[in-house]
Design a protein around this ligand. Structure first.
Ligand code: HGY
Ligand code: MN
Ligand code: MN
Length: 408
């Protein structure tokens, strides 16, 4: 390996692994549905495990169900870790999370093939359920709530059952903590936004990951006959919910700053054409790089709920079910990534991540960095998610050489 002709990963093998993993849970429209702890997730975990073993790694599953591939170093040092997730949203893309996992495995294979033995052990981690509870990286970071009901799946399956299905154990989940065992964590991920493409930049060096607060909102009104109930005598839960959806959007649009707020999940009951809705359940997803700004926005949302409940004669309850504080990347790791980009003559810029990531939790117990590659039209969480093979290869080579530099 010389600076003129640095080590390169095997792009063909990376492409093949991305295509093979995408087969598991693929939908007719080309999207991927591999919900955490589903049969598709379990099948994909087994396939990734076989890839890790083929790469010469020893593999274990921790109590949080994280799949951890380990390649020993020359010295007994804390590990250099990389990885991401393979679970998806209901209609996800083939790169969100998967690129980070498969790039990590490709890096280990490339190092072994070229007898490039690092001082530190290397680990590639597949974190459990990044898209909903973030239980995998939260468990490693010691950020879990002791209440298992917080982690129940949408279909009502208890977290204890989910973890048991993938080799984890809720009762031992405190053993998943890794404080002090990780020298640095570096995650490669598609940007899931449009900045890199819009500026024609090849590599994004993440400055920090926004904080996320998600709430389950329950609105209780009075189910009643759609024909015989006068308009001034209704407690219509869906009308109240509609006011709230608009109020949340209005708050995010009009408040100075770069916050975002989304209501992406909403169920109506009894959901009958000729019945006034008696109950609505919806989720609010609120994000910003500043924790104090998020707290101010949450305060305003609570005031909006009180005002709307009064105006519609309904009751509105707000239950937080996910809280992830913002996490800054480690400046030293950012500098290493920038040096590698210069060495590889790749254009690069610094930017925040507006999507959440496992690196955000691991960044609470170890220095963390993230490498972004462009998303076409900024699209993600969709079957249209796309990043070119060349961009995936560029990102993986930056991951490879950043780890080599961090090792030194
Ligand atoms: O929602 C997120 O930001 C991540 O994709 N889980
Ligand atoms: Mn992701
Ligand atoms: Mn995602």
């Amino acid at each position: 390996m010389t600076t003129s002709n640095p080590l390169q990963i095997n792009g063909d093998r990376l492409r093949q692994s991305l295509d093979d993993l995408a087969q598991i849970g693929q939908l007719e429209n080309g999207g991927i549905c591999r919900l955490a702890f589903s049969t598709e997730d379990i099948q994909a975990r087994a396939w990734v495990r076989s890839q890790m073993e083929t790469a010469g790694m020893t593999v274990r599953i921790d109590a949080a169900g994280n799949l951890i591939g380990h390649s020993p170093g020359q010295e007994d040092l804390p590990v250099l870790a990389t990885g991401s997730h393979i679970d998806t949203v209901p209609v996800g893309g083939k790169y969100d999370g998967c690129l980070g996992v498969l790039a990590g495995i490709e890096v280990v294979r490339t190092l072994r093939e070229h007898h490039c033995h690092l001082r530190h052990p290397i680990e590639v981690i597949v974190f459990s359920d990044e898209e909903r509870s973030v239980i995998g990286s939260k468990a490693m970071a010691g950020e879990l709530s002791a209440d298992p009901h917080l982690y129940v799946r949408l279909d009502g399956t208890p977290i204890q059952t989910c973890l048991a299905q993938v080799g984890g154990d809720w009762d031992q989940i405190h053993q998943a903590r890794r404080s002090g065992q990780i020298a640095a964590f570096l995650e490669l991920h598609v940007e899931q936004g449009g900045v890199l493409e819009a500026t024609g930049t090849e590599i994004g060096i993440v400055t920090g990951v926004v904080g996320q607060y998600r709430f389950a909102v329950r609105i209780i009104g009075q189910p009643n006959h759609a024909g015989s109930t006068p308009m001034n005598d209704r407690q219509d839960a869906l009308v109240a919910a509609s006011y709230l959806v608009v109020a949340v959007n209005h708050l995010a649009v009009t408040t100075p700053g770069e916050q975002v707020a989304t209501v992406g999940h909403l169920t109506v009951s009894p959901n009958a054409t000729n019945t006034i809705p008696g109950q609505v359940d919806l989720h609010i997803d609120l994000r910003d790089i500043s924790a104090s700004h998020l707290q101010r926005l949450i305060g305003q949302i609570k005031l909006d709920c009180d005002r709307i409940a009064q105006a519609t004669n309904t009751t509105i309850t707000l239950d937080p079910f996910l809280e992830i504080r913002p996490t800054l990347a480690d400046r030293r790791i950012m500098n290493v990534i920038a040096q590698v980009c210069q060495q590889q003559q790749l254009s690069h810029c610094e930017l925040p991540s507006r999507a959440g990531h496992d690196a955000q939790e691991i960044g609470r117990i170890a220095p963390m960095g993230m490498i972004f590659v462009p998303s076409r039209s900024g699209i993600s969480h969709s079957e249209q998610e796309f990043t070119s093979l060349e961009q995936c290869i560029q990102g993986t080579n930056v991951l490879l050489h950043s780890l080599i530099r961090l090792d030194a």
